[in-house]
Design a protein around this ligand. Structure first.
Ligand SMILES: Cc1cc2nc3c(=O)[nH]c(=O)nc-3n(C[C@H](O)[C@H](O)[C@H](O)COP(=O)(O)OP(=O)(O)OC[C@H]3O[C@@H](n4cnc5c(N)ncnc54)[C@H](O)[C@@H]3O)c2cc1C
Ligand SMILES: Cc1cc2nc3c(=O)[nH]c(=O)nc-3n(C[C@H](O)[C@H](O)[C@H](O)COP(=O)(O)O)c2cc1C
Ligand code: FES
Length: 594
């Protein structure tokens, strides 16, 4: 798998496919070789944005084709590009269509015909019988009609205005086809969400296995940020292709998320004529195991084990539930502020080298008032829930804390240290930080408050001592370290935020993070929560020896997946047992006792 970083490609061909859609062809043997139907690329228009686009074609010679509808800022800017212009590509990403069975029906709407054209071609190459049903508002908007026919598929079209094929909806065609008794082993669909929802209704009745390509807001594209959440699935990593059964247990067809992560109806309520309830489908009941060797207590809270996710690796409560099921002993939310924030344009997350990342998400969040439903969902995790909050003035933090304290959480973490937003000021201004801590503490007491710091201002121990004096109950260290990656060819920042500054996470933080935790433990009376470059059990052991009580895992979830929690738990248990420790707490601070 190539690194998660845009690499520049020359645009080889541009073609108008319909009034609103152009196709773009690039040459990349690496991308073409790895691409499967249903997967997508992140397409970077330097200085504008980076957007997810499905792959239409990937030829053995290395030609990679994409079809882009002109719908907004980035797609519009891409539509102005000429042959020879440089565009950044990364990927392919996600799980594509699985082409099993001898007879497959594909139902396409709008630019959904793009990934299905790729699937149809691959299915025909392996000798399958393929019927493609394609729908559009008018015949001018039908995509890839000739190409689909040339690949030997049986194509049937529907147009809403009757200018081509059947007059009506493509789902009416599907209904007729299914009613005619034609047999299919699979139905594949891609198009507007309400069309695909209808496809699922029809195929459920007819008991035909169905795969659906879903769209959500994509930022990192590789499973880090959780912007693309769908019932706890990350569309970029666990999808974009899902089975209809998987989708039936999510909000698919009812609600989606804005760039901030806020829940919004798929179709605005005014158009639907009724109000969609923005609630999740309850997951399977889960009870965590309190293991004798790993269970611990910090700030008066009992944890089944000392592992948690780091703040920012997911916005939704359902994703936090998945972390707990995967083995986390606590879960930490995205940092939530007073107001809804979209975050920065993409690229927001890139990989500099294996296990080394830089992000400038820009604190996207729905705002504390709208965050209640996520915390209700996170209760299904049944492990202590830590609500991360931020704000850049005493008044703002006070308002956040007043709402935050009404939520069902065990602990709060104040993010004083995001290195790439206007909120850096908090960590940089010790007086302000003390005032904020005092006011939050007063509001949320008796619940504990951890304060998260970074090494970016150069004196983490002094900062932590100040936080302790102001009333912090724990220190979380460390947040990301400031960095500004640049594209060498274009000599412009790779990150999409205005300054190009971001925060480094992953393996480059492991050594420094452990040193800081050592220094903090030596000086502080309050517990230390470790975060920064935890990948292996050795990292957990060293952080514990240096003085940490709890361990938050971030970047490892991208590199190694959710299994990180169960693997670390297993290896930590084995280590403690082999060295005859009775509990993880005996390890905490051992390095200071030598
Ligand atoms: C996995 C995946 C594959 C996709 N494949 C294609 C494709 O092959 N061709 C194509 O033209 N488009 C595709 N899209 C949609 C495309 O990414 C968005 O239309 C694009 O990001 C819009 O960016 P913009 O800056 O032009 O518009 P913006 O100004 O960002 O937005 C314009 C409108 O589109 C909505 N929007 C933005 N991003 C998304 C998104 N990710 N999902 C749903 N709505 C969104 C916004 O809310 C807004 O209403 C795909 C999306 C996903 C998630
Ligand atoms: C995509 C991403 C989003 C993040 N968002 C937040 C956040 O909202 N609040 C916060 O305190 N830290 C945030 N962080 C920092 C992490 O919580 C963590 O401190 C950092 O990534 C170091 O840990 P790691 O090396 O294990 O990733 C974010 C990091 C990443 C990569
Ligand atoms: S976009 Fe899917 S997790 Fe970030």
């Amino acid at each position: 798998m190539p690194l998660n970083i845009p690499t520049l490609h020359k645009l080889e061909a541009v073609k108008k496919e319909s009034p609103n859609v152009k196709s773009f062809t690039f040459h990349s043997k690496l991308i073409a070789k790895e691409s499967k139907p249903g997967q997508f690329l992140m397409v970077w228009d330097p200085g504008i944005d980076e957007i997810p686009i499905s792959i239409v074609q990937a030829s053995p010679g290395g030609a990679v084709e994409l079809a882009i509808a002109d719908v907004g800022d980035c797609s519009h800017s891409l539509h102005q590009k000429q042959v020879g212009d440089l565009i950044g590509l990364r990927g392919p990403y996600g799980i594509g269509f699985s082409l099993h069975g001898e007879r497959i029906c594909m139902v396409a709407g709008g630019y959904g015909a793009a990934p299905l054209r790729f699937a149809a071609l691959r299915a025909k190459e392996s000798g399958k019988h393929v019927i493609v049903l394609e729908g559009a508002a008018s015949s001018a908007e039908l995509l890839y009609v000739q190409e689909i026919l040339d690949s030997g598929c049986d194509l049937r079209v529907a147009t809403e205005d009757g200018s081509g094929g059947y007059k009506g909806l493509v789902t009416d065609l599907l209904e007729e086809l299914v009613a005619s008794g034609e047999q299919f082993q699979q139905i594949l669909t891609c198009g507007p969400e309400m069309m695909m929802e209808r496809v699922c209704e029809i195929t459920k009745r007819a008991k035909i296995p169905t795969q659906v390509s879903v769209e959500r807001i994509i930022k990192c594209g590789c499973g880090a940020c959780g912007s693309c959440d769908l019932g706890g699935y990350r569309v970029c990593k666990d999808g974009p292709v899902f089975t209809a059964e998987e989708l039936a247990r999510t909000e698919f067809g009812r609600w989606t998320r804005a760039k901030s992560g806020k829940r919004i109806p798929v179709i605005p309520n005014v158009l639907m004529g009724n109000e969609v309830e923005l609630v999740s489908t309850p997951p399977v009941h889960f009870t965590p195991e309190y293991e004798p060797l790993l269970k611990t207590e910090v700030c008066g809270i009992d944890f089944p084990n000392p592992l948690a996710n780091a703040a920012g690796f997911g916005v939704s409560g359902m994703l936090l539930y998945r972390y707990a099921v995967a083995g986390a002993g606590a879960v930490v939310t995205k940092s939530i502020g007073l107001y809804e924030r979209e975050g920065y344009p993409n690229p927001t997350f890139i990989e500099l080298s294996p296990r080394s990342y830089v992000n400038a998400m820009g604190l996207p969040n729905p705002g504390i008032k709208s965050y209640g439903p996520e915390l209700e969902d996170a209760k299904y995790a049944h492990v202590p829930l830590v609500l991360s909050i931020f704000g850049n003035s005493v008044e703002e933090c006070s308002d956040v804390a007043k709402i935050a304290r009404t939520y069902p959480v065990a602990m709060f973490e104040f993010d004083a240290s995001c290195p790439h937003t206007e909120f850096t000021a908090v960590e940089n201004d010790p007086k302000l930080l003390s005032s904020i801590i005092k006011v939050i503490k007063e509001i949320v007491a008796p619940k504990p408050l951890a304060v998260k710091i970074s090494p970016n201002i150069g004196a983490p121990v002094g900062l932590a001592l100040g936080a302790q004096k102001a009333g912090a109950d724990a220190i979380t260290a460390i947040n990301t370290v400031i960095a500004r990656p640049v594209d060498k060819t274009l000599d412009i920042p790779l990150l999409g935020n205005p300054t190009g500054y971001g925060g480094k996470s992953g393996k480059d933080l492991t050594v420094g993070g452990k040193e800081i935790v050592f220094a903090l433990y030596k000086e502080l009376k309050i517990p230390v929560i470790a975060v920064g470059g935890i990948f292996t059990v050795q990292d957990v052991i060293e952080y514990a020896r240096n003085g940490a009580n709890l361990f938050q895992v971030g970047s490892a979830l991208v590199t190694e997946g959710f299994e990180t929690f169960s693997r670390l738990k297993e290896e930590l248990t084995a280590y403690l047992r082999a060295h005859e420790y009775k509990n993880i707490r005996e390890l905490v601070g051992e390095a200071h006792k030598r």
